[in-house]
Design a protein around this ligand. Structure first.
Ligand SMILES: [Zn+2]
Length: 276
């Protein structure tokens, strides 16, 4: 081998080994940094969900597994948008997805197919009112809202009120607005698309209609939010909130309504306690 050939081989080896050594150094540094960052949510999503929503412990293992799967799919398919300067964190997304997916634990349930985005405001937000009131007038003053569900593609929520539900408030804006989404999937106002075992809408309309009229008559209802008396759609939203937030009270005061919602959503909430 000539001197020139040897030099050529040494240079070639240096050219190959050099970049490899650099690459290794980079990956080593990256590996050294990894433990300083929190573990990615994806890997411990089940534990995180349980920490945020301890009531999940009351679900059967099968339903808990399905809940985790639905939450993963929800996070992968819906966009979260922070409004009014709110920076949406992974924890916020998990809580909203975790609460919303409680409503779709039936084996045949679809994952809110119309919803493309969840808009999160820090607290209550103002919306212009376009609908005329009973006198045909449109209010100039915007109205304050804690949540909205648009028949189109978005659900809007106040993060402050999402947190209130976790702390045990009777209002659960996530359950309420996503119940509207379920309602919109069926042709009947105040009813979702019912699974086959219901054999039609006879039982649903009988119980809901009676309870709706009862709420309209009641001055101080003990469990259900009086707002539910506005319309069958609002009644379904309010009843769903009560089922999730105040299962024991609903079962005690509105047994048939509780059983109807239990059979539809597919789990019991009588033992659930949101606040310690
Ligand atoms: Zn509503």
């Amino acid at each position: 081998m000539s001197q020139e050939a040897l030099v050529a081989i040494v240079v070639a080896v240096a050219l190959i080994v050099g970049p490899l050594a650099t690459l290794r150094a980079l990956s080593k540094r990256a590996a050294a940094q990894t433990p300083q960052r929190p573990a990615p949510l994806e890997s411990n999503i089940e534990a995180e969900l349980l920490a945020q929503l301890p009531v999940l412990a009351h679900l059967t293992p099968e339903l808990r597994q399905r809940h985790v799967e639905r939450v993963r799919a929800f996070l992968a398919s819906k966009r979260f948008i922070g409004c009014d300067g709110l920076e949406v964190t992974e924890e916020m997304k998990l809580v909203v997805a975790g609460l919303a997916c409680l409503l779709v634990l039936r084996p045949d349930a679809e994952l809110f197919p119309a919803v493309k985005a969840v808009l999160l405001y820090p607290g209550a937000f103002l919306v212009p009112v376009n609908e005329p009131d009973e006198f045909g007038l449109v209010d100039d003053e915007p109205q304050e809202r804690i949540g909205e569900s648009w028949q189109g593609d978005r659900v809007i929520l106040s993060w402050e009120d999402v947190q209130a539900a976790l702390a045990g408030d009777g209002v659960n804006v996530v359950a309420h607005e996503f119940a509207h989404q379920l309602d919109d999937e069926s042709p009947f106002e105040g009813a979702p698309h019912l699974p086959r075992e219901f054999n039609g809408y006879e039982r649903w309309s009988r119980v809901m209609q009676r309870e709706f009229e009862r709420l309209q008559r009641h001055r101080r209802p003990p469990v259900l939010d009086p707002y539910g008396a506005e319309s069958p759609a609002e009644f379904f939203g309010v009843a769903t909130e009560a089922f999730i937030q105040r299962g024991a009270d609903l079962a005690q005061h509105h047994a048939e309504l509780y059983e109807l919602l239990r059979d539809y959503y597919g789990f019991d909430t009588r033992d659930w306690a949101w606040s310690a």
